[in-house]
Ligand binder design. Structure first.
Ligand SMILES: NC(=O)c1ccc[n+]([C@@H]2O[C@H](COP(=O)([O-])OP(=O)(O)OC[C@H]3O[C@@H](n4cnc5c(N)ncnc54)[C@H](OP(=O)(O)O)[C@@H]3O)[C@@H](O)[C@H]2O)c1
Length: 295
């Protein structure tokens, strides 16, 4: 294992776990996993693989200061959702993000790779779990922390979860069947993070949208039919009025996703920011290598 010490937040989760995988494979980093429960099976599995496991909470600045001291880099990710994805705590997420960033500054961390979420526009969306990430990004830009921002699209791993269930030939989504969502795998966040740590000269001060492909519910059904020969799949979506009444967050997401999820793809450039004057502004690139406009 190498000498550059990297602290991985969310190491027991999808994105942080993927970052651990991709960084371990490089054999040039000494990894420290941050978890709220060092005795959990996932944390113990990390320890067995040679990752130093440290117990701490993003809501506990003193713990972050202790764990980040001496780190060359930090992979950061915040979590507003409860484990069952039924409750969202946006204020708590903003606090997690601010604590994480402030601890990086205090400990003179040389590279923070922070994963937030793809935004169609950099203005409030009305969606707490996206607006909280905008607040975190604003806080980051106001500090001297050297950063790379990764903004992942929708995770393909969501398919099969309760809000994207696949049951008896039906894929239940939350947008119209023909509207395309910007999909990617949470695993690819790990590789993107590793690429950023490997090449700071290229990736410091960059904000990167991560999208593998724009895919509709109908497209996913055709893909499921290819992987399950002989079976038919149909995409369904709850009526708008029902979502508006009982799942207002998902309804707002639906409206935005349906507006941006129909041709032309990707969303028109004017929806993105024009070149900024901020000296730390960098190019904005997606994983397919397409430059999506400067910030
Ligand atoms: N699902 C999507 O399509 C999508 C797309 C883009 C962005 N996102 C964003 O991705 C983030 C979630 O990432 P993920 O899917 O990798 O999460 P995940 O698999 O649910 O794992 C969450 C991780 O966060 C850690 N964690 C949670 N609260 C913490 C706290 N207070 N202090 C320290 N660690 C804490 C957990 O560690 P312990 O339990 O071990 O402490 C766990 O490792 C969310 O912000 C979500 O909005 C999701």
């Amino acid at each position: 294992m190498g000498e550059l010490r990297l602290v991985i937040c969310g190491a027991t989760g999808q994105q942080g776990g993927a970052a651990v995988e991709r960084l371990l494979a490089r054999q040039r980093y000494r990894l420290v996993a941050l978890t709220r429960d060092a005795a959990s099976p996932k944390a113990r599995a990390l320890a067995e693989r040679g990752v130093q496991v440290e117990q701490g909470d993003l809501l506990d600045p003193a713990a972050l200061h202790r764990i980040f001291t001496g780190a060359h880099g930090v992979f950061g990710v915040t979590q507003p959702w409860s484990a069952d994805y039924k409750k969202v705590d946006a204020a708590g997420e903003v606090q997690q993000g601010k604590n994480l960033i402030d601890a990086c500054v205090k400990c003179s961390v040389k590279h923070l790779v922070l994963s937030t979420a793809m935004q169609l526009e950099d203005k409030p969306t009305g969606l707490p779990h996206l607006d909280s990430k905008q607040d975190i990004e604003r806080h980051l830009r106001a500090t001297p922390a050297p950063f790379t921002l990764l903004r992942p699209g929708t995770f393909i791993e969501n398919i099969g979860l309760p809000f994207f269930a696949v049951k008896r030939g039906k894929l239940r989504g939350f947008v119209d069947s023909d509207a395309k969502l910007p999909f990617m795998s949470a695993h690819d966040v790990g590789e993107a993070a590793a690429v950023a740590f490997d090449a700071p000269d290229r990736w410091l001060e960059q904000t990167v949208d991560l999208v593998s492909d724009y895919v509709s519910g109908d497209d996913i059904c055709r893909a499921l039919e290819r992987t399950h020969p002989g079976q038919r799949f149909r995409h369904t979506c709850p009526p708008r009025w029902l979502m508006r009444l009982f799942a207002p967050e998902f309804y707002k997401m639906r409206v935005g996703a349906e507006a941006s999820g129909r041709p032309p793809f990707p969303p028109p450039r004017q929806a993105r920011r024009r070149p900024g004057r901020h000296p730390r502004d960098g190019a904005r690139v997606d994983v397919s290598g397409e430059v999506r406009g400067q910030r």
